[in-house]
Write a protein that binds this ligand. Structure first.
Ligand code: PMP
Length: 352
C-alpha cells in the first residue's frame, strides 16, 4: 500500500515575487532597495578570508547581535538574529503561537503569516481592515493566542500610530504581540522603546529593505531577555547554524554605517513622495504609504491590465489576485530615474 501520501505535511506555500533573469528590467516587484549596500560591505567581502569557510559559523551570531544591540542602544540579550526576517518570524510562530486560541492578523497583510500558521497547525482569525485599508485596533482586544501585524502594513504601506500599537499590546498582556517592522525605516516610528515597558512585545526588523541586503538574508527581533531566550531555545532545537560566515561579517558593516543608511533611505522617501504626486495626477489613488512601496488603484483601468502592460515594457510591479485587492498594484520605490521611466510610460499608456 502506498499510504505514505496520507502522512505528508501538505502545505500551500508562500509565493515570492518574481526574480527575472534579464538585468535590463526595472524591478519594482519585491520591495528591494535600488541602492547598493554600504561601502564597508563591499570592503568586507573583498577581504573575506575564504579559509574561514572550512569552519562552521559562530552559532550565537555574537558579532552581529552585538552590532545591532549597539546600534539600537540595547543589551545583546535583547536581540535575536535569523536568516532574513522570514526565518525570525517563523521561529517566533514556532516559539510563541502555541495556544488553542486563534492568533490574529489583518485580512490584508503579509501573505506569509497564514502560510506559517497553516504549516504549524496554528489556528488563526483574520481581522478585516476598514474601508480605507487601515487596521482597527479594537479588533485585536478580544481573547486570542497571539497577535501579529506589520507596521507599516504590507502591501498597503499604511502606518499605525505608536499609541494605537501600545493599546493593542496593553489589551494582550497574556499573549505575545509581534510588530513586523520590515518597512519602518521609510518614515515610521518604531515600537522598539515599548519593549522596555512590555514583556510580551517583539519588534522584528530586516536588513533586506532599508539596508539594501535582501540577498544576504539577515533579519532580527528585539524584545526582553526572556523572550529572546525562548526563541533561541527553539532555534537551537531546529538549526543551530543559521547565519553563515559572510552574512555575519557583512551584516556588521551594513549596520554600522549610519550615514549611508540615512542618505539612501532619505532618497527613497523623497522619490516615494515624488511618485505619489505623479500617480495622483495620472488618476491613481492609494493609502498614504510610509514604506518603500505604493499600493495603488486606477480610477478607470483595471490593475491587471496595467500590470501586464508594464511587464511588456520590462517594468515589473506586484499584482495580487486576492479578492479584496485585485484591482491594486504594489509598486516598489526604485531610483528616481526608474520611477521617472515608470511614470513616463504610464502617462503615455493611460492617454491612449
Ligand atoms: N515582513 C514583511 C511585511 C515583508 O513584506 C517581508 C518581505 N517579503 C518580510 C517580512 C520578510 O523579509 P526578509 O525575510 O527579507 O527579511
Amino acid at each position: 500500500m502506498d499510504n505514505w501520501e496520507n502522512y505528508v505535511r501538505k502545505v500551500v506555500p508562500y509565493v515570492p515575487g518574481e526574480q527575472p533573469e534579464q538585468a535590463s528590467v526595472i524591478k519594482l516587484n519585491t520591495n528591494e532597495n535600488p541602492y547598493p549596500p554600504a561601502p564597508g560591505v563591499l570592503r568586507a567581502l573583498e577581504t573575506f578570508e575564504t579559509d574561514k569557510l572550512r569552519l562552521y559559523p559562530e552559532p550565537t551570531c555574537k558579532v552581529l547581535v552585538e552590532a545591532i544591540a549597539e546600534y539600537y542602544g540595547l543589551s545583546a540579550e535583547k536581540v535575536f538574529v535569523g536568516v532574513g526576517s522570514d526565518d525570525v518570524l517563523a521561529m517566533i510562530f514556532m516559539t510563541f503561537f502555541n495556544s488553542a486560541k486563534p492568533i490574529c492578523f489583518p485580512d490584508i497583510t503579509y501573505s506569509f503569516y497564514d502560510v506559517w500558521a497553516d504549516m504549524l497547525r496554528i489556528p488563526y482569525e483574520v481581522k478585516s481592515l476598514d474601508e480605507s485599508f487601515l487596521i482597527k485596533k479594537e479588533d485585536y482586544y478580544g481573547e486570542n493566542g497571539g497577535v501579529i501585524f506589520p507596521n507599516p502594513n504590507a502591501p498597503t504601506g499604511a502606518l499605525m500610530d505608536l499609541t494605537e500599537i501600545e493599546d493593542i499590546v496593553v489589551h494582550n498582556r497574556d499573549v505575545i504581540v509581534v510588530v513586523d517592522e520590515a518597512y519602518i525605516d521609510f518614515g515610521g516610528v518604531s515600537a522598539l522603546p515599548l519593549i522596555e515597558k512590555y514583556d510580551n512585545l517583539l519588534v522584528v526588523q530586516t536588513f533586506s529593505k532599508s539596508r539594501s541586503m535582501a540577498g544576504m538574508r539577515i533579519g532580527f527581533a528585539m524584545g526582553n531577555e526572556k523572550l529572546i531566550r525562548y526563541i533561541n531555545d527553539v532555534k537551537y532545537s531546529f538549526n543551530s547554524y543559521t547565519l553563515n560566515q559572510t552574512s555575519l561579517a557583512l551584516g556588521v558593516e551594513a549596520i554600522r554605517d549610519r550615514a549611508y543608511f540615512e542618505s539612501t533611505r532619505r532618497r527613497i522617501i523623497d522619490t516615494r513622495e515624488w511618485t505619489k504626486k505623479e500617480l495622483l495626477v495620472l488618476g491613481f489613488s492609494f493609502c498614504d504609504s510610509k514604506s518603500n512601496f505604493i499600493f495603488a488603484t486606477h480610477r478607470l483601468v483595471p490593475a491587471k491590465q496595467i500590470f501586464e502592460a508594464l511587464r511588456n515594457e520590462n517594468i515589473y510591479v506586484r499584482y495580487f489576485s486576492k479578492e479584496r485587492i485585485k484591482n491594486y498594484l504594489r509598486i516598489s520605490i526604485g531610483t528616481q530615474a526608474e520611477m521617472e521611466t515608470l511614470i513616463d510610460f504610464l502617462r503615455q499608456y493611460l492617454a491612449d
